[in-house]
Every structure is written in C-alpha cells, then in structure tokens.
Ligand binder design. Structure first.
Ligand code: GLN
Length: 308
C-alpha cells in the first residue's frame, strides 16, 4: 500500500508498527555483562540522505555500542593509508564462518578472509597503528569528525569487558602474529580493537557519519573523505562480508551493502541516495540485530528501493 509513495516518515512509522510483535524473538549479546544487561525492548531508525534530509523513528537519541560497525571506520582509514597494498594483509572474500571463528586462519596462513570479521579487523587495527594510545584516539577523532559530534566517546566499561573476555580475539591475534601478519605488539593492537568496539553513539550519529559511502566518498559539505573508487570498494565489501555468515540471507532479504555489530546496530547504504541506520539490541543466530534486519527488509520493500 505504501509502495508507490516515497514518504519516509510514513514508511518509518509503518515499520515501527510492524516490528512490535518481534521483541523477544532474538537474544541479547551475552559475552560481556555490559551488553547482556541492557533493556532489550528498544528500537530506532535514522535516515540521512545525500541531500541532507533526515528522518527518524524510535529511540533515536539513545547511545548504543557500535561494536563491529567500527570496522567500517578503521577499514576506511586503512584504505586511505595503503590503498590496494592492503590486500597483501587481508582478503576480500566472505568467510562463511562466524565473525569470531579461528578455523580458516590456520590453514590460510594467518591472512583473514576479509576486514569485517574479527581477525580481519585486528589486522586493520595493526595497519593503522602508530603508537600506544594514539591510534585509538585517532579512530575516535575520525568518527567524531564524520558525524560531526565531538561528544562521541568510548564506553570504558565495555572496553574493559572486551579485554577481560576477549580470549578468542587474543587467540586470533597471537595466531596471526605467529604467521608474521601482525607487526605491532599484540596487546597494543588489541587495545585499539577493544576500544573501537566500545565506541557508543546514536543511530543519528551513525547514519550521518557514513554518508560519504552513499555520496561517492564525499561528506555532505563536499569534503573528500575517500575517493569514489575507495567508496565503491567499501560498499562492495559491506555487501559481500558485512553481515558475516548471514550475508547471503541479508542480501536476499534487504538487498543493500551494510554492516552490523553485536550491540544490535546495522547501517545500510543506498548509493547516491541515503544511509539508513537501525538499532535494536536482540540478535539473531548470526549475531545480527533480529529486528534491525527485519526493519531494513521492510524498508527496502516499502520504499521499493535497493541496489537490485
Ligand atoms: N566486540 C565483539 C567481538 O570482538 C565485536 C563482534 C561483533 O560486533 N560482531 O567479539
């Protein structure tokens, strides 16, 4: 009924109604207490268009832990730094395994499949590493500048828990170090990784900050964040690797390049049009927001707009 009318406020209101019966179907991330104890009944969407229009619904001003969505920012920084040389350290194929799997790393000689699984993101943190304390603040400054919102910060409680319970990530980092694919001290690199995962922001900050991916690499004020080719590549990687081992199902249902995090956030891009960010903390089995995925599926259906 809404299909032919591109009325974003109406579409978002409809989605909010449609997802009401889906609370309780997913499960909160429980690997750290800080995520296991949040109120599961939360939901927000925010859209930023390349024309600078904004639309939202739900808990738009609530901060949430962006977790693996941070991999988009660090990958952007690494691509700026190394360009195509980056592919000597990390692959660009979907892994077909969980985001924190160790299995491929051993028989693929410590080269992670892509920058969006944990092992790949740890290598990316190593690539952009230029000093203890300095690198994590560089990432934070980058994110703050993109949003732009100087109040975006780390959640130190989450960062501490990531460190305390980060045994698998530490195992990956050590394995990659043994293959020579980690140049800096393992603990220093993990400190960057754990902090980037702990960045907290609102859906509003999130969709604003990544508008350059819908805008050929440029911010809304026409500043070049990355070039067109690099923006194309990041979108391609998001499409093929952004949702881990559920990437096929997500492409089938939603049809957009996207990146998720176990905090329940998902951000998706419609090139040349808009960035849409969703947050709802309960996750499906692959570790992606249950309601977030459904909301994005409804969005591309109601708006009749995907990349396909
Ligand atoms: N901090 C989480 C981890 O390293 C991030 C994973 C995710 O969001 N998929 O396991």
């Amino acid at each position: 009924m809404l299909k032919d009318k591109l009325n974003y406020p109406e579409i978002l209101k409809q989605i909010e109604q449609d997802i009401q019966n889906d609370f309780g179907k997913g499960k909160l991330a429980d690997y750290i207490p800080a995520l296991a104890n949040i109120n599961p009944n939360q939901f927000a969407i925010h859209i930023t268009t390349t024309l600078g229009e904004e639309y939202s619904v739900g808990n738009v001003d609530t901060l949430f832990s962006i977790q693996s969505i941070s991999k988009v920012y660090t990958f952007t920084l690494a691509l700026k730094q190394l360009n195509d040389d980056i592919w000597q350290r990390v692959g660009k194929e979907p892994s077909g395994n969980r985001f924190n799997s160790l299995v491929q790393l051993e028989y693929e000689n410590g080269i992670p499949r892509n920058p969006f699984i944990n092992a790949g993101a740890i290598v990316i943190s190593d690539i952009i590493f230029d000093g203890l304390g300095k690198t994590k603040n560089k990432v934070l400054q980058f994110v703050r500048g993109l949003s732009p919102n100087q109040t975006i910060s780390f959640d130190e409680e989450v960062a501490d828990s990531e460190r305390e319970f980060g045994h698998r990530n530490r195992a990956m980092a050590n394995l990659m170090k043994s293959f020579g694919n980690l140049k800096n001290d393992t603990n220093d690199v993990l400190d960057v990784y754990f902090h980037q995962c702990s960045i907290q922001m609102t859906v509003k900050d999130l969709s604003r900050s990544l508008i350059y991916l819908a805008n050929g690499g440029k911010s809304l004020s026409n500043q070049e964040i990355i070039n067109y080719r690099q923006a194309k590549r990041i979108n391609a990687l998001m499409l093929t690797c952004g949702l881990y081992d559920a990437v096929g199902d997500f492409a089938y249902r939603v049809g957009l390049p996207a990146k998720s995090g176990v905090g329940g956030g998902i951000v998706a891009i419609i090139p040349n049009k808009l960035v849409i960010s969703v947050w709802s903390p309960e996750l499906n089995q692959a570790g992606n927001s249950y309601i977030g995925t459904k909301a994005l599926e409804l969005f591309t259906t109601y708006a009749s707009n995907s990349i396909f």
